[in-house]
Design a binder for this molecule. Structure first.
Ligand code: ADP
Ligand code: DP6
Ligand code: CO
Length: 323
């Protein structure tokens, strides 16, 4: 029985991925850029079990839901077809972040699974190939193969759609957890609905491609202020497009908006902080490292607050029982 364990961290996008131009290959409608975190790890062990009737997937110590297990099996099918194997696997995973709450569990989850499964099934893949493989599990996982700031090129095809590192200003992220419950509408479903029904979808895709060019320039210039401005703008544009779906989807709650308000006040008081939120109610605030303790203190009453920085891309770790 071949076994491998990998650890990956979530990444939070500064320019968001929201929309696919190919659902099967998970090619995005536009490129995106994110920071891989140094906290909230996912640890996943994949063990081949040729005598089993099918794959078994446990998440946080309990059997995963049928939908979650099906998604893992579809991903493993891809790995098996490349490896020329038909062996089922036992997959045990633990998320330190809440699952399905807009804190990128699908990113750390499929990045860890890509590394552990590729190794357990005997594939020898380089970092770009692992990034492409992780993409097939969840688009955002593409970027969790990369240390720190990561740009996912939209690409022209499967081979050219992967993430690589990009230089940028140092920053911390202050994660404000408002509600750790699983979202009612998954990112995948909400993304489809936005593309199919939001009258703002085309504007969102066009403006994101433009924001990514501006963000890349701001990162290269080490311009934290501009990075922050584009980050907040891009997040609000994404939520505007999502809220215009039919039937509408609204991820931001009153408590999320209160964090955006507090961040505006912090700026008025002379501390440069900027807010973003993924597909969920939880808000992520970025600041210069020197300001993060003051920002965390000011946001403390609005949710559970944790400060994180740049972390490592997904990698193998020595064997350990994570389930
Ligand atoms: P999030 O905001 O947490 O990324 P998504 O809707 O994108 O929410 O994805 C949540 C789904 O990702 C879960 O329901 C599950 O199918 C999958 N997922 C989360 N964590 C893992 C994991 N550790 N291993 C495999 N799949 C995972
Ligand atoms: C709002 O990567 O979770 O976090 O590709 O369907 O699995 P699938 O979606 P997912 O979407 C992430 C959306 C986002 C923005 C981002 O991470 O760029
Ligand atoms: Co996700």
């Amino acid at each position: 029985m071949r076994t491998a364990t990998a650890r990956a961290h979530p990444n939070i996008a500064l320019v968001k991925y929201w929309g696919k131009r190919d659902e099967e290959l998970i090619l995005p409608a536009a490129g995106s850029l994110s920071l891989t975190l140094d906290g909230f790890a996912t640890t996943t062990t994949v063990s081949l079990d040729p005598s089993a009737a099918g794959d078994l997937f446990s998440l946080n110590g309990a059997e995963a839901s049928p939908a979650q297990s099906e998604r893992v099996t579809r991903f493993l099918d891809l790995v098996r077809s490349r490896a020329g194997s038909s062996s089922p696997a036992v997959v045990r995973s633990r998320n330190e972040a809440p699952t399905g709450a807009g804190l990128a569990s699908s990113a750390s989850g499929f990045a860890a699974l890509a590394v552990a499964a590729a190794t357990a099934y005997g594939l020898d893949l380089d970092r770009a190939e692992l990034s492409r493989l992780a993409r097939r599990g969840s688009g955002s996982a593409t970027r969790s193969l990369v240390d720190g700031l990561s740009i996912w090129h939209a690409g022209d095809d499967d081979a050219s759609s992967f993430a690589e590192p990009i230089d940028g200003p140092a920053m911390h992220m202050i994660i404000v957890t408002i509600d750790a419950a699983e979202k009612a509408v998954s990112s995948r479903e909400a993304m489809r609905r936005t593309a199919a029904t939001s009258p703002y979808y085309a504007g969102w895709v066009d403006s994101t491609a433009h924001s990514l060019r501006e963000m890349t320039a701001a990162c290269r210039a080490g311009d934290f202020t501009r990075v922050g401005e584009i980050t907040e703008l891009n997040a609000l544009r994404m939520h505007a497009a999502i809220e215009a779906c039919e039937p509408p989807i609204r991820y931001l709650r009153a408590g999320s908006v209160a964090v955006f308000d507090a961040v505006e006040q912090l700026r008025a008081d002379g501390i440069e902080a900027f807010a973003t939120a993924d597909a969920g109610p939880n808000v992520v605030v970025i600041s210069r490292p020197a300001d993060s303790a003051a920002v965390a203190e000011r946001l403390g009453g609005l949710g559970a607050v944790r400060v994180v920085g740049a972390g490592p891309g997904a990698r193998l770790i020595p064997e350990e029982d994570c389930a």
